[in-house]
Design a protein. Structure first.
Length: 118
């Protein structure tokens, strides 16, 4: 599975950005996709995730501001980020979980940087 993330950039506080992640390769067994972020000096944390069944989950810090969605026809997952805050500044990584008979495997995109200025 290959993941290509895009859409990061510089935005002022209160602004919006949309991240996109295109999955390719052996995607048939993907059960979950999501976005994680990592700020300098901090660990990588889950931001939002969506399952193949459409269930979504969000970090408390982004609930009500971020929305994860997917377009199966385009093999793409989106993260719509509204009301951005300086504390949202981080490198955002696309993630996919793929289930096989040997277990579940994790795949990561290359990361896209989001900078929110105050």
């Amino acid at each position: 599975v290959q993941l290509q993330a895009s859409g990061g950039g510089l935005v002022q506080a209160g602004g919006s950005l949309t991240l996109s992640c295109v999955a390719s390769g052996n995607i048939d067994s993907i059960i979950r996709m999501g976005w994680y972020r990592q700020a300098p000096g901090k660990q990588r944390d889950l931001v939002a995730a969506i399952t193949t069944g459409g269930s979504t989950s969000y970090a408390d810090s982004v609930k009500g501001r971020f929305t994860i969605s997917r377009d199966d026809a385009k093999n793409t997952v989106y993260l719509q980020m509204n009301s951005l805050k300086p504390e949202d500044t981080a490198v955002y990584y696309c993630h996919a979980g793929r289930a096989t008979r040997w277990g579940t495997y994790d795949y990561w995109g290359q990361g896209t940087e989001v900078t929110v200025s105050s």
